[in-house]
Design a protein around this ligand. Structure first.
Ligand code: SF4
Length: 421
């Protein structure tokens, strides 16, 4: 989203974009510094841009380590941290002055997006108030800073006006949205819109597009979001990063909502909203994780019956407090645990997909691949979940909504045929 804001501002000021380093007057590298692998990737991108072009501005998470960057790459034009669109623009202006007549009329209403036209990510806050021991986001991005409801709704309205029909709500902690804001009057709607996630999700749902929520922690007030799903205002889909199921490990991880009974909560959500799809992520091999902790996690995976799961082996992040924890898990054992967990989840996911065969659902076509249209229903988020392959691509185009019948499945994806074309 930082990239999209920078691109939007560049386009608004009349700058063009180049597909290659060679053709560019200046290169802006947006970096990630969350895990060591991302740092490595960012450094190699900077190195490549420096060697091919030489006029490079670095922004994003890794920018908070400006001294390290300047030591490695003394000729960088500028280094900024995350959420620093105006600093990036100043650095661009210094190297390539803007045109006298900005081409505002060339700017699409929703700004420049990197996602396909029919869906867009909507960032509702930045930073985080938690202190998960494996994470350095609060250090890099600061404490929770929610955007005002009117600001978010204005951006959402522009996106919808520009043709977006699915909003993917993201942040570091979506359930915490607004706790840092006082109740205030929303002049855009004429109503007092409370700055909390349920009020915001309801207002977004009233725009008449799909609204999908990511990074929701299982706090009790999330139950109110289920009401919005039952009412059809928000997609019955939740991305809840549980990360583990052993209370001991969750405590060592210092996870939010670690004392909640997550199995009971999932059960009650599904009692109220039977079609709810849940995705989650887990970490295995966290320092101090015992065989018993891991078995508790496997039991949770079997009982929770989550639709989609991502799993990672714990990897230390420079600056994270978990690095100081005793009893590291042997990397080979951690890898074995990951494979065992994914094997158990594969059986769960396959069962969930099998249960959908014969059902009818609305899908959105994302892209055409040969004779097949790759689509998603409410239960699949782009890029992270599986797809629904709809036969007869010639009849469809990206962004189109189609009613389909699910006809088959494999480990990750579903097959379907259109009901009326
Ligand atoms: S909730 Fe934890 S993992 Fe997520 S951003 Fe905050 S500190 Fe990091």
């Amino acid at each position: 989203m930082d990239s999209e804001r920078i691109l939007t501002q560049l386009r608004a000021e009349g700058y063009g974009f180049s597909q290659t380093y060679d053709d560019a007057d200046v290169v802006v590298v947006n970096t990630c510094g969350f895990i060591d692998a991302a740092v490595e990737e960012s450094l190699s991108t900077i190195e490549e841009a420096m060697s091919v072009n030489g006029q490079v501005i670095v922004t994003g998470c890794l920018g908070v380590r400006a001294e390290m960057l300047k030591e490695k790459f003394p000729d960088l034009l500028a280094v900024t941290g995350p959420e620093a669109v105006s600093e990036v623009m100043s650095a661009v202006h210094a190297k390539v002055p803007p045109l006298q007549e900005p081409l505002y009329h060339l700017l699409p209403p929703g700004g420049v997006k990197l996602t396909p036209r029919h869906y867009a990510y909507l960032k509702i806050s930045e930073g985080c108030n938690h202190k998960c021991s494996f994470c350095i986001i609060p250090t890099m991005r600061g404490r929770l800073a929610s955007r005002s409801p009117s600001d978010v709704l204005t951006e959402a309205g522009k996106l919808v006006e520009a043709g977006v029909s699915e909003l993917l709500v993201v942040s570091q902690d979506t359930s915490a949205y607004g706790i840092d804001l006082k109740k205030h009057s929303d002049l855009m709607t004429g109503d007092a819109l409370r700055p909390d996630v349920c009020s915001l999700a309801r207002a977004l749902g009233e725009l008449g597009v799909w609204v999908r929520l990511h990074y929701v922690y299982p706090y009790p007030h999330v139950d109110n979001l289920i009401t919005l799903m039952v009412d059809g205002l928000v997609l019955p889909y939740l991305d809840v990063p549980f990360q583990h199921a052993s209370p001991r490990v969750l405590k060592m991880m210092k996870r939010p909502a670690s004392t909640e009974d997550n199995l009971a909560r999932i059960k009650s959500w599904r009692q109220r909203c039977a079609e709810l799809a849940i995705r989650s992520t887990f970490i295995v091999g966290f320092p101090g994780e015992t065989e018993d902790d891991f078995l508790q996690l496997l039991t949770f995976i079997r009982e929770a019956q989550l639709d989609r799961v991502g799993c990672f082996v714990y990897s230390p992040v420079s600056g994270a407090r978990a690095n100081d924890l005793p009893d590291p898990v042997d990397p080979l054992l951690a890898q074995e645990r990951l494979e065992e967990l994914m094997q158990v989840q594969a059986e769960v996911s396959e069962g969930r997909l099998r249960n959908r065969v014969g059902s009818q659902t609305e899908v959105v076509i994302d892209e055409i691949e040969g004779d097949t249209a790759l689509a998603r229903s409410y239960a699949e988020s782009p890029e992270v979940d599986g797809v629904i392959r709809v036969a007869g691509a010639a009849a469809f185009s990206p962004g189109q909504r189609v009613d389909v019948k699910i006809t088959g499945y494999d480990a990750h994806d579903l097959n379907a045929e259109a009901l009326d074309t």
